[in-house]
Design a protein around this ligand. Structure first.
Ligand code: S3P
Length: 445
């Protein structure tokens, strides 16, 4: 495959047809990697991490903690050794912490920085600076934090240190693991108990990892609560493969006759496997084997074979469990027979891009009938012609459209793919190895 090592614009040129086969291990889970750095930094003792995702988002979190005085060795082939400073050991960063494209870094750090003794500022790229932050700054302010935002409640976010936080009981208006995690992390610094109740189940890595670091989390039905004043004890964290990265391959293989792919050591947390349920409902041939637990997270091998897929209805109940996998699932819908209707997915509009609009535009550009709606999309599947789409700097949109080429007549050219490195460095190389006809063009700006 064509390669040039330079930063600038990245284009995927993907030939039509082919199938996916063989075995692969996708990189470490992004959500778990962020949390491993955060809790490792705030623990007493040294936390050894393996399988850490060396993508730009998790690296932004790592750089932020280094800038706050935490000593870390690595990353070296996914290994980190984090010398924890304890919950009260962070020091003031010399300048604003730039979190690039990473919403998870910004929202979770907002909770932690609200409770520190020093002032700090969080910034991000153009996409992150457009994303809604009021959903964290408002409840944090109720807890006693002092935060300044740009007009409209967006980043940059500036925190005034030395505030005393008080626990709150917060029914979350949106189903967001980032909001939940932000408030639980602020709760570590608050007087009394901080309780969050979610309107739909979201990923629970923060609750699991806090418990793993010895911090009690009280979980009752849809609520999670922590009481301030405890401590975190260092432990080992083995990060399993990210099901959100696996999703592109699951979809690619599931919709392409003759494919047979084995994905190893995939994180199968029940709050993340909506993609498996949805593909199953579409008629995909998927089986899971060798299930075990690593550090409180379920893991297993996933085998997927090509099959004829059918359109499906995806409602709010499944949306939160597959929120990051929906762009890939829209491609499965485009290849499936009949109509797919997605509802209750308005959160997609405030991700790294407006994923409803950007996916609808891209689907139309490759000859698929797609009607965007305020809270979802209607896709009529069948034939994918192919053509040129623009990923709008959104990593998951870029990888989803690359897979569409497998079922296209003319191949797919995907422009604006540089941000694939935020979550999945090496995507194109891995995809090429298992059969996708992908070439990468890099242009120096
Ligand atoms: C994440 C939560 C999700 C997800 C994001 C990672 C996390 O966002 O989209 O990629 O690690 O907590 P929301 O919680 O805002 O839906």
């Amino acid at each position: 495959m064509a390669e040039a090592s330079a930063s600038g614009s990245v284009v995927f040129e993907v030939s039509p047809g082919g199938r996916l086969s063989g075995e692969l291990g996708v990189p470490g889970d992004k959500s778990i990697s962020h949390r491993a750095v955060m809790l490792g930094a705030l623990a007493e003792g040294t936390t050894e991490v393996s399988g850490f995702l060396e993508g730009a988002d998790a690296l932004a979190t790592l750089a932020a903690f280094r800038a706050m005085g935490v000593r870390v060795r690595g990353p070296d082939e996914g290994r980190l050794s984090i010398e924890g400073v304890g919950l009260h050991g962070l020091t003031a960063p010399a300048e604003a912490l730039d979190l690039g494209n990473s919403g998870t870094s910004m929202r979770l750090l907002a909770g932690l920085l609200s409770g520190q003794g020093f002032d700090s500022t969080l910034t991000g790229d153009a996409s992150l600076s457009r994303r809604p932050m009021g959903r964290v700054t408002e409840p944090l302010t109720t807890m006693g934090a002092r935060i300044e935002t740009a007009e409209g409640g967006t980043a940059p976010l500036s925190f005034r240190g030395g505030q005393s936080l008080v626990g709150i009981d917060y029914p979350m208006p949106v189903a967001s693991a980032q909001v939940k995690s932000c408030l639980l992390l602020a709760g570590l610094y608050a007087r009394g108990t901080t309780r969050v109740t979610e309107p739909a189940t979201t990923r629970d890595h923060t609750e699991r990892m806090l418990a793993g670091f010895g911090y009690p989390v009280k979980r009752v039905a849809t609520s999670a609560a922590v009481t301030g004043g405890g401590r975190l004890d260092a432990r080992e964290v083995a990060v399993p493969a990210d099901i959100s990265s696996a999703a592109f391959f699951l979809v690619g293989a599931a919709m392409t006759p003759g494919s047979d792919l084995m994905l190893r050591h995939v994180a199968l947390n029940p709050t993340r496997i909506g993609v498996l349920h949805i593909l199953d409902r579409m008629g995909a041939a998927i089986s899971v084997s060798g299930q075990y637990e690593v550090g409180g997270e379920p893991v297993g091998d996933v085998r997927v074979r090509g099959a004829r897929l059918q359109g499906v209805r995806i409602g709010a109940d499944l949306v939160a469990l597959a929120i990051d996998e929906l762009p890939a699932l829209f491609i499965a819908a485009a290849a499936a027979e009949g109509e797919t209707l997605v509802t209750g997915a308005e959160e997609l509009r405030v991700k790294e891009s407006d994923r409803i609009q950007v996916m609808a535009d891209g689907l139309a550009a490759i000859g698929v009938s797609a009607e965007p709606r305020p809270d979802g999309i209607r896709i009529v599947g069948g034939a994918i012609r192919g053509g040129c789409v623009v990923a709008n700097g959104d990593h998951r949109v870029a990888m989803a459209f690359a897979m569409a080429a497998l079922r296209s007549g003319e191949g797919v050219r995907v422009e604006d793919c540089a941000n694939v490195d935020t979550s999945f460095p090496g995507f194109a190389e891995l995809a090429y190895e298992v059969g996708l006809g992908i070439r990468v063009q890099r242009e120096v700006l």
